[in-house]
Design a binder for this molecule. Structure first.
Ligand SMILES: NC(=O)c1ccc[n+]([C@@H]2O[C@H](COP(=O)([O-])OP(=O)(O)OC[C@H]3O[C@@H](n4cnc5c(N)ncnc54)[C@H](OP(=O)(O)O)[C@@H]3O)[C@@H](O)[C@H]2O)c1
Length: 319
């Protein structure tokens, strides 16, 4: 079969022949239709992700670990559970039958491939219990997941949406997607702390945090009150680390601010089915749009190094 193949850590995938996968007991053959390329896939190929060991040990190997494809009976499914050296950037994939789930009618394969990015934004409800009318701050709102989180905050009835990013043009676009206020994080520390304070209104009820690192560290400082007043709690959901893997959280920031920090996985086991269905319903009705850029598998080497896709997800289609 044709596949995108990486031959060394950090290498660029090349379109070439690769042995067909063999179907074992309990497994199914999937004809791949669409695969979203995300930061996590690049990090695994680069060897910098905590799950990269198995992929790196199997080189030469095919990147990406989930996708959308058709079973032999024509059913369109989302699938995962693939074992390196096999990956999903290929014409075919073999996965455990238990790791396939039908894609609802009316969702095209490239959009289906990006549903998980949209569902990530539902953590503002599943993990933080967002109520209609509350204020949501999206950290890293110019990225694919962040833009979707802004749209989802609006659909969930947020009262006010504050969005952060590093690029003024991209931040202006967010206002068309539903953000009421934008903050550029590419400023001096003191100015960013002040900007978070200037736009706090009657409090950031929920923070959906795709950044962590410096911007979130400065946010925690901005939440420290300047009196002994009882602050309104801020429920921060940690879901990404585009700006860095760590923050320095000072005792006073936690002690005085009413800050509560949750992982995005909180309540996922019980809330995932509803979150998934809600996102599917919005996509079908046209209330939620997902921006994708599709490219054929044969052009993977060019696609992999594209740096012009801000806010839109790269989706590879086997040709
Ligand atoms: N994709 C998903 O389904 C998903 C689900 C859960 C969690 N996550 C995690 O969420 C994060 C964002 O994912 P994504 O798919 O939205 O990625 P993305 O499209 O590449 O967006 C990354 C975002 O982070 C910003 N950013 C990158 N480096 C930064 C830095 N050093 N300082 C400040 N801002 C920085 C980008 O700003 P610019 O626009 O200015 O570049 C952009 O807003 C990643 O950590 C990812 O692993 C993703």
């Amino acid at each position: 079969m044709k596949a995108a193949v990486v031959d060394r850590a950090g290498g660029i995938p090349r379109y070439q022949d690769f042995p067909d996968p063999e179907v074992g007991e309990g497994q199914v053959l999937v004809t791949v239709e669409a695969v979203a390329v995300e930061n996590v896939d690049r990090a695994i190929v680069a060897g910098t992700h905590y799950t990269a060991t198995q992929f790196q040990a199997a080189l030469p190997a095919i990147p990406c670990f989930d996708g959308i494809g058709r079973l032999a009976d024509g059913t369109l499914v989302g699938f995962g559970g693939i074992t390196p050296p096999y990956g999903t950037l290929a014409q075919y994939a073999v996965v455990p039958a238990t790791h396939t789930a039908p894609i609802p009618e009316g969702i095209d394969p490239p959009i289906a491939a990006v549903l998980s990015s949209a569902i990530s934004g539902m953590c503002m409800r599943t993990a933080a219990g967002l109520s209609a009318g509350e204020t949501v701050l999206v950290q890293g709102a110019t990225g694919v997941a962040g833009r979707l989180a802004v749209k989802i905050a609006r659909l969930l009835g947020a009262g006010r949406i504050v969005a952060t990013g590093r690029n003024d043009d991209a931040l202006q676009e967010l206002k068309n997607l539903g953000a009421d206020t934008v903050i550029n994080t590419a400023v001096d520390d003191a100015d960013l702390v002040q900007a978070f304070r200037d736009h706090v209104g009657d409090g950031y009820d929920v923070v959906v945090d795709y950044l962590w690192g410096r911007p979130t560290e400065l946010l925690t400082r901005a939440l420290i009150p300047d009196s002994f007043a009882m602050p309104k709690p801020t429920r921060l959901v940690q879901i990404g680390e585009s700006a860095g893997p760590t923050i320095q959280l000072t005792g006073d920031a936690l002690r005085t601010s009413g800050l509560e920090i949750y992982g995005a996985a909180r309540n996922m086991a019980t809330g995932m089915a509803d979150a998934y269905q809600q996102v599917v319903d919005w996509v079908r009705s046209g209330e939620l749009t997902i921006d994708v850029t599709t490219m054929p598998l044969s052009q993977i080497a060019t696609a992999w190094i594209r740096a012009d896709l801000r806010g839109t997800r790269l989706v590879i289609i086997p040709d």
